[in-house]
Write a protein that binds this ligand. Structure first.
Ligand code: FAD
Length: 208
């Protein structure tokens, strides 16, 4: 099996975009007033979050905006974890810095993908291709019809940033009033909400 990644590391937005919080892992088995969050997702997501939590580089469920909960993690640790997980798989050939740039289609079937690599173009033949590009790049190159949501129909991209050397208590207090602060001072912003979450180092938070 060949795993092809355009970046020099694994994880997609989990590491590249410093997403920082994983949504959708927990179900509220309690009430809105007294929530009780339990894991609702297993598989690879469960394996990764359990490994991050066991190494002290992640924790959850963290209540988030009332009725939901997230898992927070340290992205540098996630990069290392993904390296180890893939290395431990005997049947994966990992190609980093390799961008899928075209598909060879014959008789309605994808026969090969063309990769742009640091060593020039390469063709990878195969029987089965899994498109995990997030943007359906392989499907698009193969000529498959795709759809993109229109204005307001796509997930907006948050701008992630790090705050350092801040007063932990002051940030946590301000976080509770973030929507009101944005409403009062953020007329120039494209979003009316945000979040400020602790990293695993004192005085350090990431925001969006
Ligand atoms: C700034 C930001 C904040 C977000 N915040 C949250 C959040 O707080 N909680 C949450 O749950 N979700 C969040 N999301 C959404 C979440 O990141 C995505 O839903 C999720 O990453 C989708 O996973 P994926 O594996 O489908 O795609 P991706 O994570 O995009 O992974 C696609 C992978 O394919 C690679 N790739 C793409 N094209 C090619 C190509 N042509 N050739 C080779 N490799 C290619 C990419 O480098 C990447 O590694 C956020 C997204 C962003 C951008």
């Amino acid at each position: 099996m060949v795993l092809c990644e355009r970046q020099g590391f694994l994880g997609g937005n989990f590491t590249t975009a410093v997403v920082g919080t994983v949504c959708g892992l927990y179900a509220n088995r309690g009430t809105d007033e007294a929530p009780s969050f339990e894991p609702a997702v297993g598989g690879i997501a469960g394996e990764i979050t359990s490994a991050l939590a066991a190494s002290g580089a992640g924790m959850g469920p963290i209540p988030f905006k009332g009725r939901t909960a997230v898992f927070i993690y340290q992205w540098w640790a996630a990069k290392r974890l993904f390296d180890h997980l893939v290395e431990a798989e005997p049947n994966i050939d990992l190609l980093l810095h390799s961008v899928v740039s075209d598909a060879i289609v014959d008789d309605g079937t994808v026969r090969a993908l063309i990769l742009a690599t640091k060593r020039g173009p390469k063709a990878i033949k195969g029987r089965v291709f899994v498109d995990a590009t997030g943007d359906a790049d392989v499907a698009t190159f193969a000529g498959v019809r795709t759809e993109t949501g229109g204005a307001g129909g796509r997930q907006m991209a948050s701008m992630q940033f790090l705050l350092q050397r801040v007063d932990d208590a002051a940030v946590i207090t301000a976080n509770a009033a973030l929507s009101e602060i944005i409403a009062e001072h953020g007329a120039h912003l494209s979003r009316d909400g945000g979040a400020v979450l602790p990293t695993f180092r004192p005085g350090e938070f990431w925001g969006r």
